[in-house]
Each structure stands twice: as C-alpha cells, then as structure tokens.
Design a protein around this ligand. Sequence first.
Ligand code: PEP
Ligand code: MN
Length: 336
Amino acid sequence: MIIQLEPKIDQRTTDELEDAVLAIGYKPVAVNTQDANYLVCVGKREFDIRAIGNLDGVVDIHRVSDDYKLVSRKWKVQPTSIDLGDGVVIAEGLMAIMAGPCSIESEEQIESVVKHLVENDVRIMRGGVYKPRSSPYSFRGLGMDGLKTFYNICKEHGIKIITEVMQVSQVESMYDYIDIYQVGSRNSQNFNLLDALGKVDKPVLIKRGLSGTIDELLQSAEYVFSNGNERLLLCERGIRTYEKAYRNTLDLNAVPLLKEKSHLPVIVDPSHGIGVRKFVESMALAGVMSGADGIIVEVHETPEKAISDGQQTLSFGESAKMIAKIRKTFELRESL
Ligand code: PEP
Ligand code: MN
C-alpha cells in the first residue's frame, strides 16, 4: 500500500496515520522525495482501504502488493518525465537520443562528438570516465579530470551528460559535473550505490543486470525511489543467454512489459544489446517500435580506434543515418 501524504502534514497527524497502519498489521516506511511525501506500507492482511484513506493527512492511497511499489504503474498511472533543463526532456511521447563513445578518451574526441551531436540535434552525450572492465589491465577511464573536461565542453554547447557512477564515494564528487548518473549492468544490484543515489536530486538511469530479471530491475529502481529520488530511468541493454553469436541478447520483450508495469521512462541500449556494429541500427529501430522512450548508443569519430567497445560503436556517418531513421520510425509509431 502507498499513501501519499498532504504536503504540509504535521508530525501529530503523521504519527496518527502510522499508528493506524500498524493497527491493521502493516509496517509503514516514510519516503520523502523531491516531489512528495509517502508512507510505503508493507503487509499481507486484507483490510478496508477506506479505513486508512479517509484519515486526515491522506492525499491518495493505493493498494500495491508487488515487491516494488513506488515505481509501479498500479500506483502512479501518469508516466514520469525527466526534465533536464534547457528544453531537454525525457518522456513518454518523445524520443530521447543519447549518443557518444563508450569511454571518454580526450578533449579532441569530446569536441568532435559534441559537433556531431549538435549537427544532428542530439542533446544528451554519453561517455564513461569510470569504466567497469572485465580485465584489470584494460583502460579504466579518465576519472574526474576527464569528467570535468567532458562537462565544460558539453555545457558550452547545451549538451547534457550521462555517465556511469561505479561506487558510493563517486556520487558526491561527480554531482556538479553530470546530468544523469548511469548505473551499469554490473552494479545493477549494488544496493549501497542505489541507496546513495536515492539521496541526491539528479536523475539516475539503471541498466538491467547481466542476468537480471525484470523484477530485479524494478526492485533496484525501488531502492533509489524509496531513498528519496523519483527521477529514474530504466534501461534494457541485453542479457546473457546461451547464444554466443552476438555479445548479448537484447531483450526487447522487456520494453512493453516494463512500460506496463512501471511509470518510469524506458531506454534501449542496442550497442551493448547486440554488440555488433552493423546490427546496432536494426536493433535501435526495433527498440523504438517496441515502445522505448529513448535510445542510448555508442558513437566515435574512428570506431576502429576506440579504446573500448569499438566493435559495437558507430561512425558519425552511420550514426547520422541511424538518428534520422530513429526519428522517422518514432513518427511512424506515434501515428499508428
Ligand atoms: C557502458 O555503457 O559503456 C557500459 C559499460 O554499459 P553496461 O553497464 O550496460 O555494460
Ligand atoms: Mn560500452
């Protein structure tokens, strides 16, 4: 059960409500976000919802029996939109495009990618400065110095930044230089990191774990929301299956299902999803048709020279063609 509280509720009324919840055998947990205050109540017993709904201090009440509650559409029917400022909005009914290299490599690289994005009217650049790599000997990213350069160049051109945060201590240091925190697949169930991201007021994109279920992804989002941050995005980036013909299996089944189960925007990552450059465009377009609210894709000025993930990274020419097709496909989808 989720109870949305009146914005100016006083302590006595809150205490009385919590006592009423305890009296019907439910455990109330207070959640205060940027937008509202809630009591999330966990329990199993049947009860008459009006007994709580009619009490003082209640704006809205819903029964949500799933393990995830705040991220569920059963409670919030209206889709969540994420406003990044300067006219950059990620929302149902729009098609967000986020593009850039796997790793931020140099100032020159950032400048050339930014130019490509500006030319194609893309407002969000991706790029890792902390890279989770399978081998400890691979390039691990430029760290904070790289992030500051990334931020300064993007800011000059009105481009927003999404980049991966790998550990709790980075949440604060990265805060001033990012627009969206990305939680990578390998950290999808790093609950300490998710808790910490719940305490900041910047959007968080959570990637599905390498072998994470849809339910687990939603529960990871619930971790962030229940710590106070409502500004969340879900990302399908492919899962590990027995199939070895490509890097991952992009599970587009997840998109309509996530859209039905949750009010959060759903983003598709075809680059990691298939991991093969020449198939990325097809899977991006399939992602659009599956109902995604955005596509995040790897792009580099010379993909064959990219320090990481070159095999799945598009050249600027390939990227420009794909972006035009994404927009046409989206228009078609919306017109059907
Ligand atoms: C990335 O976005 O470059 C990345 C490492 O993604 P994932 O966590 O999906 O592997
Ligand atoms: Mn990558």
